[in-house]
Design a protein. Structure first.
Length: 235
């Protein structure tokens, strides 16, 4: 199985970086994180360095993207996972084939388009929405507007579920849907339907997952949590 070369562009705690890295190690998915690039000091950069991933802080903005472009050309990734796509311009996107830049958004797009991080969940609660989720999508210049690659839907009951519990469930589902989006773009085929018995809520992944998520048990998620606190407002 040919490895899939991935670059992460981060600016925060690096929660999804940790999920992808740890899940790849456990499930042997053939993902190769060839660079972790940040525009500021952050927990995600610290994590990458602590586990031996190539990591670098760069000075770049939308008006001055040259350091980022140089780093991307050097890393030669198949895909770039970014939570800071608002500062990526058209020329930078054009460095790689269409569909190479990927973003994870904590809602079922186009709902809450442009809302940052887990603020989507807080707004969903304010509206008493009973189905929420996450979307992995291609990046375009317009924020949260690219083609959908994979989605995760979660049924919630705000009379029963606390905001903190829902944050955690959405974080977990979003991590899996990012993995799914990457593998789908890499041409992996979905597995036969596998029961999600370890989920306490009604859930749906579309398309079906390309990996056995039941191997990512509660111990796995507690390990992820131990690598750094989930930050509701970031990534």
């Amino acid at each position: 199985m040919k490895s899939v070369r991935i670059v992460f562009l981060i600016s925060g705690n690096g929660g999804t970086l940790k999920v992808v890295h740890q899940a790849n190690q456990r499930l042997q998915l053939g993902l190769d994180i060839v660079a972790v690039l940040a525009d500021r000091p952050c927990g995600g950069l610290d994590y990458a360095r602590s586990v031996g991933l190539p990591a670098k802080q760069l000075a770049y903005t939308r008006k001055s993207p040259f350091a980022l472009r140089e780093a991307l050309l050097e890393a030669a990734p198949d895909f770039v996972v970014t939570n800071i796509h608002k500062i990526i311009d058209a020329e930078t996107l054009a460095l790689l084939p269409p569909g190479s830049f990927i973003n994870l958004h904590y809602s079922l797009l186009p709902a809450f388009k442009g809302v940052i991080g887990m603020e989507t969940v807080a707004q969903a609660k304010a509206l008493n929405l009973s189905i929420i989720g996450a979307t992995c999508h291609e990046v375009e210049e317009e924020v949260d507007n690219g083609r959908c690659l994979a989605q995760f839907a979660l049924g919630v009951d705000w009379q029963r579920d606390t905001l903190e519990e829902v944050y955690e469930l959405v974080f977990r589902g979003a991590g899996l849907v990012l993995l799914q989006g990457l593998l789908t773009q890499a041409g992996r085929e979905p597995l036969p339907l596998i029961s999600a018995a370890n989920w306490p809520h009604s859930i749906l992944f579309s398309p079906r997952l390309c990996f056995n998520s039941s191997q990512l048990d509660e111990a796995f998620w507690q390990e992820i949590k131990g690598l750094g606190t989930v930050q509701p407002a970031v990534e």
